[in-house]
Design a protein around this ligand. Structure first.
Ligand code: ATP
Length: 457
């Protein structure tokens, strides 16, 4: 075995994931031909499929499977007063220091305390500036005239679009407390440090749900949502020993939060936040009442028209960050033979079949003798239900490897026997086992395999 291969531990590193993501068209650097744009990434053909499946999975869980949650899609541009009410204009800041020598910029809360105390750069030992507050909101102007009066922000979170519509939704959909509103959408933050690929970016997507409850029941609901979100990841089929809870200490609590827990995932660079579950109390609606002058109290018609300001339990996950989690979680390298060369190893993305960008690949063993035509027919038949790839070039072993690397759970191989007895080979990505299946049963067999899928490694 070569030197390089002995390093293979099957462990995902950020470099390997970033390189695979580019090579296979999951994620590209934004504006790469111009040298790239920091903090922005483009999702390629496989990446957009994966992102769409992750968001559809979350949407189904949070809306269709919960009778008491409805969806919304609010605008990115909102009235600037929203961000005064929310506290973002005043408080959505990171502490920032610069090195006077090497000019590197740091988030003060992300460098060792002794460096801050001694004002010494952790990179070059140069002198650090004083800590300054830096607001993370992207500010621009709307309309032809530039000026303070026309200031508008790119939303730094999707949640506010939910609060400002809470009354509309109660009225239009006759919602009764407790109920929730879910939203998936873009958010923008002028992050000081963007590293680790798509982990922390300036443009990203969030999947947020705000659950409105009666004051006094917020702690109970907060615990309930912690349980539900944990169960969600279990159902998603990710490595549960790579997940843990982290409770925010008093110094970490956001200005609005009564209590907050993060679900952290063991990314290749360590344990990092994946999702936050927050008890926001009645902060949000109280502030919007104060700033808008509108009455946002709930009137409980089943309880003598009792009026109160609801409390909010929020679950806030990053969609693009979840995609990085799913990629890291799925990444594996496996020794499949022992002939002493590179071909002994395969890179395989062990996506849950519900999330895999391509569900099945149809591969004719040969292009000739009518095999390609049969394979095309099979592809067309599967297409209605699944996303299907067709590949007729190269040796079959190499084609399997290509599909493994894209995370395709099922390969369907059409060979000469198919012509004789109308059966195909169904090959499973994880075990590499192959079974013979009648063409007529292929669809139902794939459906069954997806329903019963259990990750073996
Ligand atoms: P941090 O303190 O790490 O900057 P946060 O605690 O402010 O993050 P939240 O405001 O709670 O993050 O955002 C909710 C979720 O949105 C996060 O758990 C994360 O998944 C996602 N998210 C937040 N900021 C970014 C970003 N810059 N890039 C990608 N995803 C992000």
């Amino acid at each position: 075995m070569s030197e390089e291969l002995t390093e293979y531990q099957g462990a995902a590193t950020m470099e390997k994931i970033t390189s695979l993501a580019k090579r296979r068209g999951f994620v590209f650097q934004s504006s790469e031909i111009y040298g790239g744009q920091n903090g922005a990434w483009d999702y390629g053909p496989l990446g957009i499929e994966l992102k769409n499946r992750i968001s559809a999975n979350w949407w189904k869980e949070m809306t269709r499977l919960h009778d008491d949650i409805v969806g919304i899609d609010a605008a990115i541009l909102m009235h600037p007063r929203v961000w005064e009410a929310s506290g973002h204009v005043e408080n959505f800041t990171d502490p920032l220091v610069d090195c006077k020598k090497c000019k590197t910029r740091f988030r003060a809360d992300m460098i060792p305390e002794e460096n801050l105390a001694e004002k010494k750069c952790p990179e070059c030992g140069g002198e650090l500036t004083d800590t300054r507050k830096f607001n993370l909101m992207f500010k621009t102007h709307i309309g032809a005239v530039e000026g303070e009066a026309n200031t508008i922000y790119l939303r730094p979170e999707t949640a506010q679009g939910i609060y400002v519509n809470y009354k509309n939704i109660i009225q239009s959909n006759r919602m009764k407390i407790p109920f929730g509103i879910a939203q998936i959408g873009k958010a923008f933050r002028n992050e000081i440090v963007t590293k680790n690929f798509i982990f922390r970016t300036c443009e990203f997507e969030q999947m947020e749900m705000q659950f409105f409850v009666k004051p006094g029941t917020d702690v109970e609901w907060f615990n309930e949502w912690k349980k539900r979100r944990w169960a969600y990841y279990e159902k998603m089929g990710v490595k549960m020993d790579h997940l843990r809870w982290h409770q925010h200490g008093a110094d970490e609590l956001a200005h609005y939060a009564r209590d907050a827990y993060d679900i952290q995932y063991l990314f290749p660079m360590g344990w990092k936040e994946l999702e936050g579950v927050h008890n926001r109390g009645d902060y949000d609606l109280s502030r919007h009442m104060q700033f808008s002058g509108k009455d946002l109290q709930y009137i409980d018609q089943e309880n003598n028209n009792e009026r109160y300001t609801p409390c909010v339990v929020e679950t806030s996950a990053g969609l693009t960050r979840t995609l990085l989690m799913v990629l890291s979680d799925a990444y594996d390298e496996e020794k499949v033979a022992d002939k002493g060369n590179d071909d002994d190893w395969r890179t395989v993305l062990r996506f849950h079949p519900n999330l895999a960008p391509i569900t099945a690949a149809v591969l004719p063993l040969m292009k000739k003798d009518g095999l390609a035509e049969i394979a095309k027919d099979i592809q067309n038949d599967l297409k209605e239900d699944y996303s299907v790839d067709y590949d007729q070039s190269g040796a079959i072993g190499r084609r399997y490897r290509r599909q493994d690397e894209a995370g395709t759970p099922f390969c369907v191989t059409v060979d000469y026997e198919t012509k004789d007895n109308k059966t195909v080979t169904l090959r499973f990505r994880d075990s590499m086992e192959q079974v013979r299946v009648p063409v007529a049963e292929l669809k139902s067999r794939i459906k069954k395999e997806i329903q019963e899928y259990k990750r073996i490694k």
